[in-house]
Design a protein around this ligand. Structure first.
Ligand code: BES
Ligand code: MN
Ligand code: ZN
Length: 525
């Protein structure tokens, strides 16, 4: 046996005994961010910003003067346009020494939205990483910003760096990536106090995103339902109440739909309930429900081999809910929020459910399981019902890597949004535009609903070839009472999604920033 693996296995066993996660679980790598007042830095690597056309202002212009116009000359010589997401690496001679600089493009400062500044920070972090710069001074001394204060701009850039810095390198040996990771940044700003205060909140959200990414990236042999529940348990340190329901509890509650999916696997299911009660005592909570299929083989209706490995990410909805609750708790959001995640492995075996089986859900409705690969909706049927019965939420939002059909419809640019409530749908859409985690509303209608009528049960779990993402949503709606509800189909965005300046990871953590923004804008007291 490779000795490295021997060591790893030994530590695995040790950690289990200690009651900890099987492997060290940190929320991303460390990154020390410090905010300091604006003054000409003596040392270096420097990051300075240029506006469209390579325009330098404020401290950046002073640095240019000090270097006898070298920076401006280089910008000109390289025809650097300073658009957003562009950077230029410079070696600047000064007093006989070479100093490193990165010039990052801002585009038109007046057009920068908060999200753009996060992306600028992400781009900077990426440039530092590829330049092997682990410690830098960032001249976040912008001029010409519109409606974003200096302190907020600096904090947003820092937050973007923190988001981008994430790497899933746990299983790489040696951990070469760690050597190039940005470890520290000093961000110069005219308003250090508000930058610091805001960054504290943004960092809480970034760490929620990192938790979600870690969970999605983790392979299914490690991240079983029980291990997932254990990791969510660690969030209780931040004041989140975490209850874990086991199979016998779920049997008592009559969760036949969820248990039917689980019955083919030797890894037992869990239902995890997280509560962050940061709002008024009397206020009904907002509920977030997540699909957590730790691996989806399809069951007896098995998926083809090619690409099946991606189905370790079929818990992206549950990961988002976990990361969101972590973020809300860490930033002490004034909201009552509950997170409910159904954790199940969908496997074929002698004990697995068969196509044609009829199961009884917690709601009392019976379901004909015509395809065991349409398992997410079965889990959510019970999780949604449980959420409504136990918490009487004022709003309920579920997230699920539910259908391949949503990828066909929307690709990876938007998640599918389905809702029984226009106001809620509008709020989520706006939060999507604001955060860059965009959604596109899809229809619900009685005509689609008819497609899932069953001749032997109350409902069937597939609706045929057409409108696959919609019939899946119609199925979920059968388990929602008149609570304002939204369903996000995140099959195209939670895993293997488009890489952005603030995310280079397979597991994107999609939805944490979106729903955090939704809560901040509409549900905090
Ligand atoms: N987990 C899959 C959906 C999925 C597909 C997620 C691709 C991420 C990427 C889901 O459980 C599933 O298998 N859905 C089926 C439903 C069908 C059997 C009605 C699908 O989309 O093919
Ligand atoms: Mn499936
Ligand atoms: Zn699935």
């Amino acid at each position: 046996m490779n000795p490295r693996w021997a060591i790893r296995e030994a530590s695995l066993r040790f950690c289990h005994k200690a009651g900890k996660s099987a492997l060290p679980h940190s929320i991303g790598l460390l990154m020390k961010i410090k905010f300091s007042p604006v003054s000409l830095p003596r040392s270096g690597p420097l990051v300075l910003f240029a506006a469209t056309g390579g325009k330098l202002s404020g401290l950046a212009a002073k640095v240019n003067e000090k270097s006898d116009g070298y920076v401006a000359n280089a910008i000109k010589a390289a025809k650097f346009e300073a658009n957003r997401e562009q950077t230029m690496d410079l070696l600047v001679p000064s007093n006989g020494q070479l100093r490193r600089m990165v010039v990052a493009g801002l585009g038109d400062p007046a057009k920068l939205q908060p999200r753009d500044l996060e992306y600028v920070g992400g781009t900077v972090c990426g440039a530092l990483q590829s330049g092997k710069i682990t410690d830098a001074v960032i001249l976040a001394d912008f001029s010409g910003l519109n409606a974003i204060s200096d302190g907020e701009a600096a904090a947003l850039v820092a937050a973007g760096m923190r988001l981008r810095q994430y790497q899933f390198s746990r299983y790489k040996s040696p951990k070469s990536d760690d050597k190039t990771a940005v470890k520290a940044a000093t961000v110069l700003t005219s308003d250090t106090a508000s930058a610091q205060r805001l960054y504290h909140k943004f960092e809480a959200v970034a760490e929620g995103v990192h938790l979600a990414r870690d969970l999605v990236n983790e392979p299914a042999n490690v991240l079983t339902p029980a291990e997932f529940a254990k990791r969510v348990g660690e969030v209780s340190k931040l004041g989140v109440k975490v209850d874990v329901l086991r199979p016998k509890d779920m049997k008592k509650l009559g969760m036949g739909a969820l248990l039917g999916v689980a019955q083919g696997s030797t890894n037992e299911p869990r239902l995890v309930v997280m509560q962050w009660m940061g709002g008024n005592r009397s206020e009904r909570p907002i509920a977030f429900v997540g699909k957590g299929v730790t691996f989806d083989t399809g069951g007896i209706s098995m998926k083809p081999a090619s690409g099946m490995e991606d189905m370790k990410g079929d818990m992206g909805g549950a990961a988002c809910v976990s990361g969101l609750l972590r973020a809300l708790a860490a930033r002490k959001a004034k909201v009552n929020a509950v997170g409910i995640i159904g954790l199940v492995e969908n496997m074929p075996s002698g004990a697995a459910q068969r196509p044609g089986d009829v199961v009884r859900s917690m709601s009392g409705k019976t379901i004909a399981v015509l395809n065991t690969d349409a398992e997410g909706r079965l889990i959510l049927a019970d999780a949604l019902w449980y959420a409504q019965k136990r918490f009487k939420p004022k709003v309920i939002i579920d997230l699920a890597t539910l259908t391949g059909a949503i990828l066909i419809a929307l690709g990876k640019e938007h998640a599918g949004l389905f809702s029984n409530n226009d106001e809620l749908a509008g709020r989520i859409s706006q939060a999507g535009v604001d955060t860059g985690e965009r959604v596109w509303r899809m229809p619900l209608a009685a005509e689609y609903d008819r497609l899932i009528d069953s001749d032997i049960a109350d409902v069937k779990n597939i609706g045929g070839r057409n409108a696959g993402a919609i019939t899946a949503a119609q199925f979920l709606q059968r388990f929602v009472n008149d609570t304002p509800w939204a369903h996000l189909d995140v099959a195209g965005t939670a895993m293997d999604s488009n890489r952005t300046p603030i995310n280079q990871s397979w597991g994107s953590g999609w939805g944490v920033r979106l729903l955090n923004k939704l809560v901040a804008d509409h549900y905090e007291t």
